[in-house]
Design a protein around this ligand. Structure first.
Ligand SMILES: [Zn+2]
Length: 271
């Protein structure tokens, strides 16, 4: 079976505290060969890095501060993320999860933008792709990323060729247009399997499989028919099955393409 990957899951959350070894064993059995664990604040970024060190060559980390945890974040926390990046273990493959979330009001827009800009700055400095969270903030995310990517181009930063992924893409035409114009990939989660996601499926058929990577966003967004239950990396296969159906290919072929896309973005074995 072709190797598959889960490019976004939060395995350090308490939902996995009791049975992580069993969750990982099922992922291995399901041929999930690469798993990227993004942090949501300083502490969980450290935990993501620790997990990647326990499972080298299989689990990898992204470090960053999620917009929902941006409330009153100061420079010390930004510097703590940078300290993790400076260690350059080779296990950190991205800056994430970062972005803007105007749906939840846990942090002011101002605080979210402060953190987002700093995280984008770190990604450029350490030449690591970004994992972007967008919820009801398409306009401001596009504005920030547009400015960031034009600076990458101006400074000849290699990241400009493949700057990141818009994680758990939900079908927004503005995001798709921006992503394709600026060489971002789109992360496809279990929401693609939901009955009410026809708009998303139609949009993906237009976008094309070469721009897609697979993810679960575990423990959230469990695919149909597990919707509402805890999600886990092995279930990325349900996402792949849906992608294979959409593009009329077999699952192995869909796995081969999306796994290669993820390899191009995260360069798993390189430094
Ligand atoms: Zn997430």
């Amino acid at each position: 079976m072709t190797e598959r990957c889960d490019t976004h899951c939060h395995l350090y959350l308490e939902e996995f505290a009791e049975d992580l070894p069993a969750v990982l064993a099922r992922a291995k059995e399901a041929c999930i060969g690469k798993i990227l664990v993004p942090g949501i604040d300083v502490e969980t970024s450290r935990q993501a890095l620790a997990l990647s060190c326990e499972h080298p060559g299989w689990l990898y980390a992204a470090v960053g501060i999620h917009p929902n945890y941006a409330n009153q974040v100061g420079l010390e926390q930004i510097e703590a993320i940078e300290t993790l990046l400076m260690a350059k273990t080779g296990n950190i493959k991205a800056v994430g999860e970062i972005g803007l979330d105007y749906y939840r009001t846990w942090a002011s827009h101002e605080d979210q933008l402060f953190v987002f800009q700093h995280m984008l700055g770190l990604a450029a400095k350490y030449k690591l792709p970004v994992c972007i969270h967008i919820r009801e903030a398409e306009g401001d995310v596009i504005k920030a990323l547009d400015q960031w990517t034009s600076e990458l181009v101006k400074s000849n930063n290699i990241l400009a060729k493949l700057p990141g992924v818009c994680h758990s893409y939900s079908g927004s035409p503005e995001i798709a247009r921006f992503a394709l114009d600026h060489h971002f990939l789109l992360g496809i989660s279990g929401s693609v399997t939901f009955k009410n996601a026809q708009n998303l499926r139609d949009r993906l058929a237009e976008i094309g499989i070469k721009h897609l990577i697979t993810e679960t966003d575990s423990p959230y967004l469990a695919p149909h028919p597990n919707r509402g239950r805890r999600n886990e990396p092995a279930l990325v296969n349900c996402v792949l099955e849906e992608i294979a159906r959409l593009f009329e290919m077999d699952v192995d072929q869909a796995a081969k393409i999306t796994t290669q896309n993820a390899q191009n973005l995260f360069n798993w074995n390189g430094y």
